[in-house]
Design a protein around this ligand. Structure first.
Ligand code: ASP
Length: 309
């Protein structure tokens, strides 16, 4: 997924997490289902951007599609806490003015990214956690679902395996995210997750932490991350990538690599999608793979799963 020579009129990058199954265990049906899900998200975000819509609307639209898809670890199909409950985290940032909204430990809002957007737009605050988010979202008219809506058989099985100490790479984590540049050159980023499989109740990772899992600033770049949340928080991944672009003049790809190397030095693994203010792109990982996709105004439309494709 090489950087284009000329900056397209708009660009969208998405990811569906770096918790990728071993190649040998991926059935053709699952492979096709993941790729279809990524394409659906690209479609939703591209529609917004192609019609002249805002980057922030495009990233929200793409993330909503992935939240609704039970194959990805966000919204329906999220991994479960030790107690078998989905506790969902999400954040969104608008590169035009660096307004941001984040939510943690959501249990009943169908699309946590909508709740993050509500925080950004309606509260004058940046981050809310716990029951207050569910209550605020209900009052604001967001779609509310019973907690069981998020729970799937596959994640219940994964929780059982984890509790028995039998971890599969795919069971561990995942996240979904999007970054976009619209026709006016604005950047935005959004991230949504169920966090880590079998996490202790109350644990919050990097995804809703602005500057760690998500960051967007028109003058530098937009980032959405996935991986070992604790390490991503400690390395301030998203903001650090944008700082490297802005202050050291690094390309999106160089900044992503340098920052993921820092994460690796701390013992963490994962990936990032990065869109630079100059149109540079990076879909980088230090894992076996990362569900990901890219679309732009020049007609590029690609999805990938493994690191070598
Ligand atoms: N970063 C997420 C978290 O730590 C998990 C992931 O992306 O795999 O909650």
């Amino acid at each position: 997924m090489e950087t284009p020579v000329a900056k397209p009129e708009w660009t969208l990058l998405i990811h569906g997490g770096a918790g990728v199954m071993r190649r040998a265990e991926m059935t053709p049906d699952m492979d096709a289902a993941y790729r279809a899900g990524l394409n659906d998200a690209l479609e939703a975000g591209s529609k917004v951007l192609a019609s002249g819509g805002l980057a922030v609307d495009a990233v929200e639209a793409a993330v909503r599609v992935l939240e609704d898809n039970p194959n990805f670890n966000a919204g329906r199909g999220a991994v479960l806490t030790r107690e078998g409950v989905a506790e969902l985290d999400a954040s969104i940032m608008d590169g035009r003015d660096r307004k941001a909204g984040a939510v943690a430990q959501v249990r009943t809002v169908k699309n946590p990214i909508r709740a993050a957007r509500m925080v950004m737009e309606a509260t004058g605050r940046v981050m809310f956690a716990g029951e207050a988010v569910d209550e605020m979202a209900a009052k604001a008219g967001l779609e509310i679902v019973p907690p069981e809506y998020f729970v799937t058989q596959r994640r219940q099985d994964a929780l059982k395996r984890a509790m028995a100490g039998k971890w599969e790479p795919m069971d561990r984590h995942g996240t979904v995210g999007a970054v976009a540049m619209d026709k006016a050159g604005n950047l935005a980023a959004a991230t949504s997750t169920g966090g880590l499989n079998a996490k202790p109740p109350g644990r919050v990772g990097d995804s809703p932490v602005i500057g760690a899992g998500t960051y967007a600033e028109n003058a530098s770049c937009a980032v959405s991350a996935t991986g070992d949340g604790e390490h991503f928080i400690r390395a301030s991944v998203a903001r650090m990538i944008c700082a490297r672009v802005a202050m050291q003049g690094m390309s999106a790809e160089q900044a992503a690599k340098a920052t993921l190397d820092e994460v690796a030095a701390l013992g963490g693994a994962g990936g990032v999608i990065v869109l630079g203010h100059d149109g540079g792109v990076a879909l980088s990982m230090n894992t076996e793979g990362m569900f990901r996709g890219r679309a732009d105004a020049s007609g590029v439309r690609k999805v990938g799963i493994y690191a070598d494709e």
